[in-house]
Ligand binder design. Structure first.
Ligand code: HEC
Ligand code: HEC
Length: 270
C-alpha cells in the first residue's frame, strides 16, 4: 500500500506547499495585527463609560398629613469607569423638588439625591415622577417615583383653606401666568396642568364631558371654579373674593371656553 511512499519527498512537498502559502498568511497576519492594534486603541474609549445605578426607583412615604414636607434620599451609584455627569433632576410639579450636592459623581462613588415633596393641598394617593438626565450612554434618562397617601384633617371643612397654591413659589406656575388673561389663554395658563390642554383630564377630572346645556350646569361649574371643590383639596377656589387670582369676568370667560371645548368634543368624538 505504501509502495513508492517517499517520506522525504512527502515532507518536501508539504514544505513547498507551506512556503507557497506563506506569503498569503503573512499578509493576513499583518492585517490581523493592525485590526487588534486598532481595536485595543479604540477599546478604552468605547468600553469606558459612566454607569448610573440607583438602589431603588420608587419610594413610598406611606400615610402622611396634608400640608407638610416629606423627604427621602435616592442613592445614585456610578458603577462605570468615567465620571458621571448629572445634567438635570426634574419633576413636573414644583411641589416636588430634587437636589444634589454634586452634579459629577466620580467612578465608583455615590451621591445622594434628596427628594422633598410638599403635601400641601394634596389628597389621597399621589405619585410624582422625577427624571434624572445624565451622560450614561446606556441610560441617559432615569425615572424615579415618590408616592404618598395624603390624609387631610381639614377635608370636611371645604372652602378655600388652600390658597397656598396662589402664593410665592407655587403661584409662579399655578396662577402668575394667567394674570390679565381670559378664556382659552387663561385656561391654558391656570387649569391645563391639572385638567389637560383640551380639558379632557389629567390629575383633575375631564371637564368637556359635562353637558353645559343642562339646566344649572354652567352655574355649578362657575361655583366650583370660584369656590373650589368641597370634596377635593387639589381643586382650589380661584375667586379673588377668596384670595384667589381671578375676577368674576375671568371666571365667566373660562366657563364659556369650557362650553366651546365640550361642543367641539361632542362634534369630533361622537
Ligand atoms: C414648576 C411649576 C410648578 C410649581 C412651582 C408648583 N406646581 Fe403644582 N403642579 C404643576 C404641574 C405642571 C402640575 C400637574 C402635573 C403634576 O401633577 O405633576 C401640578 C399639580 C399640582 C397639584 C395637583 C395634585 C397633584 O396630584 O399633585 C397640586 C395640589 C399642586 N400642584 C400644588 C402645588 C403647590 C402647593 C405648590 C407650591 C408648594 C406647587 N404646586 C408648585 C406645576 C407646579
Ligand atoms: C392643582 C390642580 C388643579 C387646578 C390648577 C385646577 N383644578 Fe379643577 N379640579 C382639580 C381636581 C383634583 C378636581 C376634582 C375635585 C373633586 O373630586 O371634587 C377638580 C374639579 C374641577 C371641576 C369639577 C368637575 C367635576 O366633574 O366635578 C371643575 C369645573 C374644575 N375643576 C375646573 C377648573 C378650572 C376652570 C380650573 C382653572 C381655573 C381648574 N379647575 C384648575 C384640580 C385642579
Amino acid at each position: 500500500m505504501l509502495q513508492g511512499y517517499d517520506e522525504r519527498k512527502d515532507w518536501a512537498m508539504r514544505n513547498l506547499a507551506f512556503r507557497r502559502r506563506r506569503p498569503i498568511s503573512k499578509l493576513l497576519l499583518v492585517q490581523l495585527c493592525a485590526l487588534v492594534i486598532f481595536f485595543c486603541a479604540a477599546c478604552p474609549g468605547v468600553l469606558a463609560a459612566p454607569k448610573i445605578r440607583v438602589e431603588r426607583v420608587t419610594h413610598n412615604f406611606g400615610q402622611v398629613e396634608e400640608g407638610i414636607e416629606v423627604s427621602t434620599n435616592f442613592i445614585i451609584h456610578n458603577d462605570g469607569d468615567r465620571p458621571l455627569q448629572i445634567y438635570e433632576t426634574k419633576s413636573t410639579c414644583g411641589c416636588t423638588l430634587a437636589s444634589l450636592k454634586k452634579r459629577v459623581v466620580s467612578a465608583g462613588a455615590t451621591e445622594a439625591l434628596k427628594v422633598v415633596m410638599d403635601t400641601s393641598m394634596k389628597q389621597g394617593l399621589v405619585t410624582k415622577e422625577i427624571t434624572v438626565k445624565s451622560n450614561d450612554p446606556k441610560r441617559p434618562v432615569l425615572r424615579l417615583f415618590v408616592s404618598a397617601d395624603v390624609r387631610d384633617p381639614h377635608a370636611k371643612l371645604g372652602g378655600n383653606v388652600q390658597a397656598k397654591i396662589f402664593q410665592g413659589r407655587c403661584a409662579e406656575c399655578h396662577s402668575v401666568r394667567g394674570n390679565g388673561k381670559f378664556g382659552e389663554e387663561l385656561f391654558v395658563a391656570d387649569c391645563a396642568m391639572c385638567h389637560g390642554l383640551m380639558g379632557d383630564g389629567a390629575v383633575g377630572p375631564n371637564l368637556v364631558r359635562l353637558d353645559y346645556e343642562a339646566k344649572g350646569m354652567a352655574e355649578e361649574v362657575r361655583k366650583i371654579i370660584a369656590n373650589g371643590s368641597p370634596n377635593h383639596r387639589s381643586m382650589p377656589g380661584f375667586s379673588k373674593r377668596l384670595g384667589g387670582p381671578l375676577s368674576d369676568l375671568q371666571i365667566a370667560s373660562i366657563v364659556k371656553h369650557l362650553k366651546d371645548l365640550s361642543l367641539l368634543d361632542k362634534r369630533t368624538v361622537r
